[in-house]
Design a binder for this molecule. Structure first.
Ligand code: ZN
Length: 153
């Protein structure tokens, strides 16, 4: 029997590892959103992983489906990172074509909605973080401790 490891988290002193399962399995997730009811194919990771500087959702949207509303944000920018399929993102009446590998950043005031107009599952991440909150980044934020790289046998 194959063990399916999915939606489980392991926490250590300085990490949390979450198993979201295969991209194909993401459609089995759902969240209850007040006012909208059950939304299929979406899972928020903040609670699952105790994130404290961003919210990430993992998403799967079947062919022919789309968000039935527009939304904006109060203070967070969002990054949509498309991993599979093809679709369209509408921002302030402008329509962007997206596909595997497309990454779209939307500032808080952008009025947005999106749909899957392709024939495959549209699979994507949404990363949400406070607009203008980044103070340092990349190597500027990195430190290199004096520790030899050794892997256990
Ligand atoms: Zn949003």
């Amino acid at each position: 029997m194959n063990a399916i490891i999915r939606n489980t988290a392991k926490t250590g002193t300085n990490y949390t590892q979450f198993e979201s399962g295969s991209l194909k399995s993401w459609i089995e997730n759902s969240v209850e959103i007040p006012g909208l009811g059950k939304v299929a194919g979406k899972l928020f990771l903040k609670e699952q992983m105790n994130l404290n500087s961003c919210e990430i959702s993992i998403n799967a949207l079947p062919p022919g489906e789309g968000m039935p509303f527009h939304h904006t944000h109060k203070q967070n920018e969002e990054i949509y990172l498309f991993l599979n399929g093809t679709g369209q993102v509408q921002i302030d009446d402008e329509v962007l074509e997206v596909r595997e590998g497309s990454i779209v950043k939307i500032t808080p005031n952008g009025v947005r909605t999106w749909r899957n107009n392709g024939s495959e599952m549209l699979v994507y991440l949404v990363i949400q973080m406070k607009d203008n909150s980044l103070i340092q980044w990349g190597l500027e934020d990195a430190e290199v401790p004096e520790k030899e790289v050794v892997w256990p046998e």
